[in-house]
Design a protein around this ligand. Structure first.
Ligand SMILES: Cc1ncc(COP(=O)(O)O)c(C=O)c1O
Length: 392
C-alpha cells in the first residue's frame, strides 16, 4: 500500500463537501448542466472586483527588483506594516509588522499556528457545527479536535466550552460569521468566554478564523474578537471577500497582548517555512496592501440569501436566515440528513449533509451560485419536501 494508514483513513472519512464536488460532473453528464443545482461548494462564482484586478495588472507590469525571489518567511515588511496599521485602527491594539505573518490563505495561517503550538494529543475545542477541514488541520499537528455544541441558535455555549476544557486544551478555534451556520458570535458571549479563560490555571488561546469577517447582513455588528479576548490569534484571508480563493493569500496576526507573542511569531515563521509554504504568494501580498480595502458584494449575497430563504419558506421549509457568511443551514424535513441529500439529488440539487459539519438534521446550501440557479431550484426543493411527507 503506497499510502500511509492515517491518510488512507482520513481520505475515507473525508469531507462531504468534496464528495459532492465529485458527484457534480456525473450528475451534469446525466441530466444536462442546466438541470443541476450545485449548492455544495463555498467557492465564490463571481470574478474578483475590477479594482483588485487592475492593481494586480499594474503590479505585474512594475519591475520591482527582488520581488520574485525568496523573502522573509513572514512576508514583505512593507505589506505587514499596512496590515498592522489597519488592525491597530480597528482594534485599538498596538499591532506592528512583527505581529503579522503573510500566509497561503486562512487555511495556511491555521496550520502554521497549530504546528507552532501543539504537542501530540493536545486538544483544540471547536464550537459545533464547524468547518470540517479543522479536523485535518488540527490532526496535521498531532492534535485532537474536541467539539463543543453551540445552543439552539448556533450561538456560543460557554458552559459547554468550559466543560470541554482539560489540562490538554491549548486553543479554542472560533469562526464567526460561521461556516456552515451563518451565526455571528455576540460581543457578550465573547466577553463571557474571556472571563472564563482568565480563570483557568493554564493558557488557552483563541484562534479567530475570520475569512467571512465582512460578510454581515441586515446591519449586524461583528465584534473585534482580539479587542475582547486577550490571548487572541487572527487567521484571515481574501479568498471569500474578493473571490480570490485560488490565489491563496491570507495572514496570521498574533495579538500584542498574547503572552510570548514574539516567540510565537518567530515559531510561526519557522513552521511556515518547514511546512513547505515558505512564504505567501509574493505578488498577491503587494496587491492586498496596495489595493483599496474592499468589502464583498454584500447586496448581491443578500439578494441570493433572501431569494433562497423566501423561496424555501414558501415551499414549506422551516428556514432561518443567516446573519453572515454565505451559507444557509437548512433544517431537513426528515431527521436523516444523508437520506435527504439523496432525495435532493433526485431533483438535481446538490447539498452537503449537516453530519459533515458535526450536526445532523440539517443541510448546508452555499450561496455561491448564480441567482438564476437559486430561482430555478425552488420547484425541486418543493418536490423533495413533498417526497418526505409521511417519512420520519
Ligand atoms: C471557516 C473557514 N475557514 C477557513 C477556510 C479556508 O480559507 P482560505 O481559502 O483562506 O484558506 C474556509 C474555506 O472555505 C472556511 O470556510
Amino acid at each position: 500500500m503506497i499510502l500511509g494508514s492515517a491518510i488512507n483513513q482520513q481520505m475515507e472519512n473525508s469531507s462531504w463537501v468534496r464528495r459532492m464536488f465529485e458527484e457534480g460532473p456525473r450528475l451534469k453528464t446525466e441530466r444536462g448542466e442546466e438541470n443541476v443545482f450545485d449548492f455544495s461548494l463555498g467557492n465564490p462564482n463571481e470574478d474578483p472586483p475590477v479594482e483588485i484586478m487592475a492593481t494586480f495588472r499594474q503590479l505585474a507590469q512594475k519591475n520591482r527588483p527582488g520581488s520574485h525571489t525568496y523573502m522573509p518567511n513572514v512576508g514583505f515588511p512593507a505589506v505587514r506594516e499596512v496590515l498592522a496599521k489597519r488592525l491597530k485602527r480597528d482594534t485599538g491594539l498596538e499591532f506592528t509588522q512583527d505581529h503579522i505573518l503573510m500566509t497561503t490563505g486562512a487555511a495556511g495561517a491555521i496550520n502554521v499556528v497549530l504546528k507552532a503550538m501543539l504537542n501530540p494529543e493536545d486538544e483544540v475545542i471547536v464550537p459545533s457545527p464547524y468547518f470540517p477541514e479543522y479536523f485535518f488541520y488540527i490532526g496535521n499537528s498531532g492534535g485532537r479536535l474536541v467539539p463543543a455544541e453551540t445552543d439552539s441558535d448556533f450561538m456560543l455555549d460557554i458552559d459547554a466550552i468550559q466543560a470541554a476544557i482539560t489540562p490538554r486544551t491549548r486553543a479554542i478555534l472560533l469562526n464567526s460569521p460561521n461556516n456552515p451556520t451563518g451565526a455571528i458570535y455576540s460581543e457578550s458571549s465573547l466577553r463571557d468566554l474571556e472571563a472564563m479563560l482568565q480563570k483557568l490555571d493554564h493558557l488557552v488561546v483563541v484562534i479567530s478564523d475570520d475569512p467571512y469577517k465582512s460578510f454581515v447582513f441586515d446591519g449586524a455588528q461583528i465584534p473585534e474578537t482580539s479587542s475582547i479576548i486577550t490571548n487572541c490569534i487572527i487567521a484571515q484571508s481574501w479568498s471569500k471577500t474578493w473571490a480570490l480563493a485560488g490565489e491563496r493569500i491570507g495572514f496570521l496576526a498574533i495579538s500584542p497582548r498574547v503572552a510570548d507573542a514574539k516567540l510565537l511569531w518567530n515559531a510561526c515563521a519557522f513552521t511556515n517555512r518547514t511546512l513547505g509554504f515558505v512564504n505567501a504568494p509574493a505578488i498577491w501580498q503587494w496587491v492586498v496592501a496596495e489595493a483599496p480595502e474592499a468589502v464583498p458584494p454584500l447586496a448581491m449575497y443578500k439578494e441570493k440569501r433572501d431569494r433562497l430563504c423566501d423561496g424555501l419558506a414558501r415551499a414549506g421549509y422551516e428556514v432561518r436566515k443567516p446573519q453572515g457568511a454565505f451559507y444557509v443551514f437548512l433544517k431537513t424535513p426528515i431527521p436523516d440528513d444523508i437520506a435527504f441529500v439523496q432525495i435532493l439529488l433526485r431533483e438535481g440539487i446538490m447539498a452537503v449533509p449537516g453530519i459533515g459539519f458535526g450536526r445532523s438534521g440539517y443541510v448546508r446550501l452555499s450561496l455561491t451560485v448564480p441567482l438564476d440557479t437559486i430561482e430555478r431550484s425552488i420547484p425541486g426543493f418543493a418536490k423533495a419536501l413533498e417526497s418526505c411527507r409521511g417519512m420520519h
